[in-house]
Design a protein around this ligand. Structure first.
Ligand SMILES: O=P(O)(O)OC[C@@H](O)[C@@H](O)c1c[nH]c2ccccc12
Length: 269
């Protein structure tokens, strides 16, 4: 872990809980739905590739959404989402493996398991098409090494989204063999969002990598801004599924997936 910047207490609490969580049972073997193919198909259809996130609550959210995640998932797909992300972290995000399982059974698009995986056995909890590995959290003592965990995930059939926040972390992700990289606009030290993060880090990512802009994307302008900066896809939670229960999830998703952008998609070159 980079000691030059403290992480937020809420994030420390998430990590402490993650260390305590055990693994699943039997070793998982999954046949995944391809995430890059889903992005390509969406772009070919004239939509912006968006991963819509089901996050019942979070340390930065007000309140909790209690409506059925499967209904939310269907609404997101109806709004044109290329893929879904489901939080499985129980203590701070209101997620569960059972929710992910139900959602994945209900839709045809790839589903990302959003959790804080620190050890190989924590991969063996639930089948998903993609798992998240966060570079910053895999540098602390007592966690598995990023490259080892990435290889262990691939051996099980998972695709892996490696989350970064700085150019140095992108370098580490590439060295570990990542071919899908996310740049999180939310800083885990302050929990503040700055879309300039993606803009400054994206140029360091090779064309061959599938590149995802994560967090803080609210408006059509934000979508255009991230696509112009080179995002192949966007990961959006709060703007689609606010925590007030009154919002129209399909309309929110459609607004972002139908944003016109003149960004050259890197996938068809
Ligand atoms: O709700 P937002 O700002 O649209 O962000 C979604 C997603 O990027 C965010 O939830 C996230 C990004 N990386 C994470 C790691 C763990 C938990 C959550 C996240």
């Amino acid at each position: 872990m980079d000691d030059s910047e403290e992480i937020a207490p809420a994030v420390q609490s998430i990590l402490d809980a993650a260390r305590e969580r055990g693994g699943g049972g039997d070793r998982i073997s999954v046949t995944p739905r391809s995430l890059p193919d889903a992005f390509d198909a969406t772009a070919a259809d004239g939509r912006t590739p968006v991963i819509a996130e089901i996050k019942p609550t979070s340390p930065t959210a007000d309140g909790e959404r209690t409506d059925d995640p499967v209904d939310l998932a269907r609404q997101m797909v109806a709004g044109g989402a290329a893929a879904l992300s489901v939080l499985t972290e129980p203590e701070h995000f209101g997620g569960s493996a059972a929710t992910l399982e139900r959602v994945r059974d209900a839709v045809d698009v790839p589903v990302l398991r959003k959790d804080f995986i620190l050890h190989e056995e924590q991969l063996d909890v639930v089948e998903a098409d993609v798992v998240l590995l966060i570079v910053r959290f895999l540098e602390a003592d007592g966690t598995d090494d990023l490259a080892d965990l990435l290889a262990a995930a691939c051996e099980r059939g998972f695709q892996v989204l490696v989350e970064t926040h700085t150019a140095a972390e992108v370098e580490k992700a590439l060295d570990a063999g990542a071919d899908i990289i996310g740049v999180n606009n939310r800083d885990l030290a302050e929990l503040e969002v700055d879309l300039g993060t993606f803009e400054s880090v994206a140029p360091d990512v090779p064309e061959s990598v599938t590149l995802i802009a994560e967090s803080g994307i609210q408006t059509e302008e934000d979508v255009t801004r991230m696509r112009r900066a080179g995002a192949d896809a966007l990961l959006v939670g709060s703007a689609i599924m606010d925590h007030g229960e009154t919002t129209d999830v399909t309309a929110n998703t459609r607004r972002l997936t139908q944003t016109e952008t003149d960004a050259a998609t890197t996938t068809d070159t």
